[in-house]
Design a protein around this ligand. Structure first.
Ligand SMILES: Cc1cc2nc3c(=O)[nH]c(=O)nc-3n(C[C@H](O)[C@H](O)[C@H](O)COP(=O)(O)OP(=O)(O)OC[C@H]3O[C@@H](n4cnc5c(N)ncnc54)[C@H](O)[C@@H]3O)c2cc1C
Length: 248
């Protein structure tokens, strides 16, 4: 095992492979705060480094668990003592902004809120929003196909992703960094990975679709006395308000 970790250390540098107490000092579940039990935690800086790390793990039959912002509610990021954690915390850059095409190209470790703020700076908005926005990452949002509080109007995370780059278990890199809204060329591989909770590959980069900012908004507190009246209210708003409600 030490041999594998030593090889990985050569790829990411000594500072970026945590062992022993440095791993226990981190928790993997924000509700229970239980310590991370993984045998080591690796922090690659690029898809290339991650690809090399995954190839080494594949050769050694070493299971891995990916960590984003650790805000997931179903313990998908909890690692057992025989597993290695791959943290995307060093891959957290917004690589490019395209105000004309309305896209952002980002690394998977960027927190959702940073993406929202980058979109606002160019007069647009990123449609996904959820309470964990300050901590959850775009990679985690993609891996869980997050829904959030604007889902009725804008859809799930799946609907906000134009392109994706993923590192597979054997270290190969699948790149479909498409940035066009209209693209029907061949298989749309990204959809296999979105919502796969890291079981099929580790998301490293994404092209995100932006929406126009809303020029005005109004807030109302509406109480419904039955499920039927709630559905009726939604239908009524769709027909009369020129669009869906933004948040529910
Ligand atoms: C206050 C609060 C509100 C929330 N509201 C919502 C909501 O409205 N809708 C909703 O859907 N969820 C919600 N969640 C759940 C959670 O925030 C989302 O699931 C979020 O998308 C997880 O992102 P993360 O970066 O924290 O992922 P993590 O918790 O780190 O990981 C979640 C899963 O994704 C995998 N993963 C993480 N990064 C990657 C990657 N780069 N590549 C491959 N796999 C990866 C992990 O292995 C794990 O299985 C909420 C959570 C909190 C705490």
């Amino acid at each position: 095992m030490d041999t594998l970790l030593d090889f990985i250390e050569k790829v990411v540098g000594a500072k970026n492979i945590l062992r022993g107490e440095d791993v226990r000092a981190r928790s993997t579940d924000w509700i229970t705060k239980e310590p991370c039990l993984a045998l080591a935690l690796v922090r690659p800086a690029s898809a290339d480094q991650l690809s090399q790390v995954m190839a080494l793990c594949y050769e050694a039959d070493q299971p891995v668990v990916t960590h984003g912002g650790l805000t997931g509610l179903v313990r998908g990021a909890v690692a057992a003592s025989n597993e290695l954690v791959i943290s995307l915390e060093r891959m957290a850059e917004i690589e490019s902004v395209d105000p004309v095409g309305g896209t952002l190209t980002v690394q998977a470790g960027v927190p959702l809120q940073i993406v929202q703020e980058a979109a606002e700076q160019i007069g647009m908005q990123f449609a996904l929003d959820l309470g964990a926005r300050g901590s959850c990452t775009i990679g985690g949002n993609i891996a869980t196909n997050a829904g959030g509080i604007r889902v009725i109007r804008y859809g799930m995370m799946r609907d906000q992703v134009l392109g994706l780059e993923v590192v597979l278990a054997d270290g190969s890199v699948v790149s479909s960094m498409n940035n066009m809204l209209k693209n029907n060329a061949g298989y749309d591989l990204k959809h296999i990975f979105i919502g796969s909770e890291g079981t099929l590959g580790i998301v490293t980069r994404a092209v995100l679709k932006l929406q126009p900012q809303q020029s005005a908004s109004q807030t109302a507190l509406v109480a419904c006395d039955s499920f039927e009246s709630l559905v009726g209210l939604l239908q009524h708003m769709r027909q009369t308000l020129g669009g869906e409600p933004r948040r529910i």
